[in-house]
Design a protein around this ligand. Structure first.
Ligand code: PMV
Length: 313
């Protein structure tokens, strides 16, 4: 029986969430140890899909799964395989609605798995274009940053509408990613920022500052200035909080991180829940921050050495 897989991984936004929607740059990091795997087997029993949300025929997927259903149908049409039976299984370690790119990772892994299954070449541009089918459906008007990062092996510099650039990182620091357990609300947060921009004359300057911090952070990453990098994270968090996209638990986690040795801390992704990221100078301090945050309610923490993120493969 023929069987193939397609993979992708989680992501976080280091700098530039929200401002990226308005043309400012963002720095995004792939988190390759948190994976999504899609496997496809040949089948004689129609087109079947199985995931943590649904098991059954493609044609019977519930409304909540319409984005994925639409993506699969689009891919099959492009590959001229509309009627071919298969059994597709989605296995993901990425928590949903936490700003870690779970929907984009599923989309990227599905596209890769089908192209592999039907032995068709797939360019990166085509991969991103197809992944965008479900992302558009699920998120309305996403910047495209999620799909670009969950399919990348290197940290990227992302500007809306431009080709993502790999960026070098010279660091010996560690990131702690802490899941508040609260569903992030990217759609709501994006709307909230939009209405702030319409009503608050200071909001535009806030967006520009977030972009400026991303530019300065790129420089800090390249030269290894982790102290300044931490400060830039704190400045970004202050602004994101003023824009109204933080959450009391994120603010609490940020303060706890800073009082336990972190160089900086901020929310990541859309906010209003989701995850906090803290930059720590070494592994023991990362472990300390992770322990403290878990004690205060983080449902999961991951420690990610920043130095290895620019390795290929
Ligand atoms: O919550 P996430 O990780 O999907 O990130 C959303 C990032 C925003 O800048 C808030 C929106 C976007 O489309 O880029």
């Amino acid at each position: 029986q023929k069987s193939t897989t397609g993979q992708s991984h989680a992501k976080i936004i280091f700098f530039g969430e929200h401002s990226v929607v308005y043309g400012q740059p963002a720095i995004c990091l792939p988190i390759s140890k948190i994976k999504t795997v899609v496997s496809i087997k040949s089948s004689s029993e129609g087109q079947q899909v199985s995931s943590r949300y649904f098991t059954g025929f493609l044609s019977e997927m519930p409304e909540s799964q319409t984005g994925i259903q639409l993506l699969i149908k689009t891919v099959l049409t492009e590959l001229n395989q509309e009627k071919t039976p298969f059994g597709l299984t989605i296995t993901s370690e990425i928590p949903a609605e936490r700003g870690m790119g779970s929907s984009a990772a599923t989309a990227v892994a599905i596209v890769r798995a089908f192209f592999h299954f039907f032995k068709q070449p797939l360019s990166h541009t085509e991969l991103l274009r197809l992944a965008d089918v479900s992302e558009q459906y699920i998120h309305g008007n996403p910047s495209g940053l999620d799909a670009a990062t969950v399919s990348s092996q290197t940290p990227i510099w992302f500007v809306r509408g431009r080709r993502p650039q790999a960026i070098p990182i010279k660091q010996n620091t560690f990131l702690v990613i802490a899941d508040t357990g609260i569903m992030g609300q990217t759609g709501l947060a994006v709307q909230h920022v939009k209405s702030q921009l319409a009503s608050d004359p200071q909001a535009e300057a806030a967006i520009e500052s977030l972009g400026k911090y991303a530019k300065q952070a790129r420089h800090c990453l390249a030269i290894g200035d982790s102290k300044k990098l931490g400060l830039l994270m704190n400045h970004s968090q202050t602004i994101l909080s003023k824009l109204g996209v933080s959450h009391p638990t994120l603010d609490l986690f940020a303060n706890l991180s800073l009082s336990n040795g972190a160089l900086g801390a901020k929310l990541t992704g859309g906010g209003m829940g989701g995850c906090l990221i803290s930059l720590t100078p070494d592994k023991p301090s990362a472990e300390k921050v992770a322990t403290v945050l878990e004690k205060h309610g983080a449902i999961h923490t991951w420690i990610e050495p920043l130095v290895t993120l620019n390795r290929k493969g």
